[in-house]
Design a protein around this ligand. Structure first.
Ligand SMILES: *Cc1c(COP(=O)(O)O)cnc(C)c1O
Length: 351
């Protein structure tokens, strides 16, 4: 080891799902949306003037913040935008989790949470989901430095009812509670409506799943103006211009087309419900997902074997070699055609 290398920050990074380069594959491994972004996004892209890129973008991201505030019936002071919700969540960890007490999150959850905690030196404790992969609000009682969980949870798809989120908030009034709603648009009930009563609640959203814009990197948080101000101060101490001009313009465009948003999210919900019946027929078990993916386990065939067999057929799904979930595959809901290809392969493979 060369002397300076001793002082490198050593971290174990988060590993995102594969982004294979080849064509003609069925990609059901990273929960992307199978439909294109709203038509207005392509239209706005065509009219974009590269000359404008000469200048810095608006550091306050006002165009996008305003559209999101209107959409959610909030003040612009209650909206924070970032480079995907990963950036928003990282900023929130950095801003709110400084008590030195452990932050609580589920043992089976978004695997970026422990990575940020390690990176920022935030102590944390995981709370085991029950045998049905459900969160028990009672596990979040007691002294902690904050609480964070996705709703629906990832990779299980399980939705925590609003009453139970309220219960968690009631028992955690001295810390910030973050609800990561990456998948809320596929049939869940948002904690947005709790913001009036809980000034310590931060609701985090993304354009990557329900708005088909993972490649644009847009995420946001909704919360009390004091929370948003604190996050903005941290952001401005780190990088003033997180959001580039195209992301601001195209993101705002996406939010304007509510009809398209409803149509495409509903299509995914319908495909998911049909997929549940097909998976059950094929001998799979799964938590009742309200996300754009299913977390399935076959009664007989090990997940890793199915994962390899599917991969050979250029059908990519996600396998996690981790405690408690190594018997499961997380399968994104694609188009009806993609799901048909998946099921016809599984039918022949399993019989
Ligand atoms: C996908 C995902 C995110 C991150 O999405 P971005 O693409 O960074 O906006 C955050 N949380 C959960 C639970 C996710 O599944």
């Amino acid at each position: 080891m060369r002397p300076w290398e001793r002082y490198f920050r050593s971290v174990v990074p988060y590993v995102p799902g594969e982004q294979p380069r080849e064509e003609r594959l069925i990609k059901l491994n990273t929960n992307e949306n199978p439909y294109p972004p709203a038509p207005g996004v392509a239209e706005a892209l065509r009219h974009m003037d590269a000359e404008k890129f000469r200048k810095y973008p608006d550091p306050a991201a006002s165009v996008l913040v305003k559209v999101l505030a209107d959409y959610h019936g909030l003040d612009p002071e209650q909206v924070f935008v970032g480079v995907g919700s990963d950036d928003v969540l990282a900023m929130a960890f950095l801003t709110f989790f400084n008590s030195g007490k452990p932050v609580f999150f589920p043992d089976v959850t978004y695997s970026f949470y422990p990575v940020w905690a390690e990176l920022f030196g935030i102590p944390y404790e995981t709370r085991a989901l029950d045998d049905d992969f459900c969160i028990d609000p009672r596990d979040y009682d007691g002294e902690n430095g904050g609480v964070v969980f996705p709703n629906p949870n990832a990779p299980t798809g399980h939705l925590l009812p609003l009453e139970q989120i309220k219960d968690i908030l009631e028992h955690n009034q001295d810390v910030v509670v973050i609800v990561d709603e990456a998948y809320i648009d596929f049939g869940g009930v948002s904690a947005r409506q709790l913001l009036e009563n809980y000034e310590n609640l931060l609701v985090v959203r993304t354009f990557s799943k329900s708005r088909s814009m993972a490649g644009m990197r847009i995420g946001y948080a909704l919360g009390d103006a004091a929370l948003i101000k604190a996050m903005s101060d941290v952001k401005y101490s780190y990088n003033s211009y997180t959001m580039n001009m195209p992301a601001l313009i195209l993101g705002a465009e996406a939010v304007k087309d509510e009809a398209y948003f409803r149509k495409t999210t509903q299509k995914i919900v319908d495909t998911r419900e049909r997929a549940k019946a097909r998976f059950a027929d094929l001998g799979f078990e799964f938590p009742d997902s309200l996300a754009n993916f299913l977390f399935v386990k076959h009664k007989r065939v090990p997940a890793v074997q199915l994962y390899e067999a599917l991969r050979e057929r250029k059908i990519y799904v996600r396998y996690f070699d981790k405690p408690r979930i190594s018997d499961y595959l997380r399968i994104t809901i694609g188009t009806d055609d993609e799901m048909e290809a998946l099921f016809s392969f599984l039918e022949s493979y399993l019989n």
